[in-house]
Design a protein around this ligand. Sequence first.
Ligand code: F6R
Length: 361
Amino acid sequence: DKSGYKHFMAKEIWEQPTVLADALSAYLDGDDIVLPEGLDFSETDRVTMVACGTAYFACLTAKYWFETIAGLPVETDVASEFRYREPPIPDRSTALFVSQSGETADTLAALRYCRGKADRILSVVNVAESSIARESDIALPIHAGVEIGVASTKAFTCQLNVLYLLALKAASDRGRMTSEELATALAELRALPGVFNAALDRDASVAEAARAMAEARDVLFLGRGLMYPLAHEGALKLKEISYIHAEAYASGELKHGPIALIDKAVPVVVMAPNDHLFDKTVSNMQEVMARGGQVLLITDATGAEAAGEDVWRTVILPEVSPRLTPLLYALPAQLLAYHAAIAKGTDVDQPRNLAKSVTVE
Ligand code: F6R
């Protein structure tokens, strides 16, 4: 049932405020994060996170959170590479697998590889009755509800939600965060569904940019810090459903090669909230504009003002705590892909060549 929306993907994008609020409440009791008994990170020296596709970009985001907030080193890899490399798993390691379906063949094989090598196996899944959940020591449901659109949307934000809670838990277990700081972080997270609504209200400006971009053959996505994994997710979403070739780069990598691609025909999506890395990203953006590149800047009001007039188009999101920007900026990334696909007339819910659950390698 599409609840009046034209596509499941649209429904799943627009229900994210409600879905996130419910998903969050399943893990919170006042100012406590409710997690299964024994899930503690004080004896952990390293986390290995493995997944495919969108779930992998959730892991990459979590790496920034775990390392910065909890001081806990994280290795991330795509499952198809991890499983055949015979990666050594150091002592006091936790292995963590993220999968919406819980049935992805490569992710399951990577999990089985870690059995007996890692101290414990965690998974973050949407389908609680799945193989990956069953074979984990602890399976954490993301509570996104059934996701039907092949392109993952609400599962991504709900994966991020659980991974962020785990990073906060790790930070408090490891004495990196006081209970007051934790309470503040949880209050910000509780306010996020409301901020999601405000972000979805910017839909018209995203749709307009998407229509203008729909004729492009190639699109680049740039981001730094927490926006770097999200740039990848934005590029993946766009290629999956609109079939426009899109690539993501860390903003700082631009001058190491990809800047050669820039001309008037290549729109560049820059995701840059006004955080401590903003000025650096803006200077990368100016390098793009100086070469005729058309920049779509996704930022907040302060960022839009600082970026100046020469930007091709700007989408202005509400300001949130810098740590929460991956969840918030996922929404315009999803909307951009959705509207570009609509403009191109592609099959949004069933993109060609793709399956919702990839049970063969
Ligand atoms: C992208 C997408 C895929 C999946 C990937 C992993 O929109 O849906 O990239 O994220 O196939 O699937 P799960 O999470 O089921 O393991």
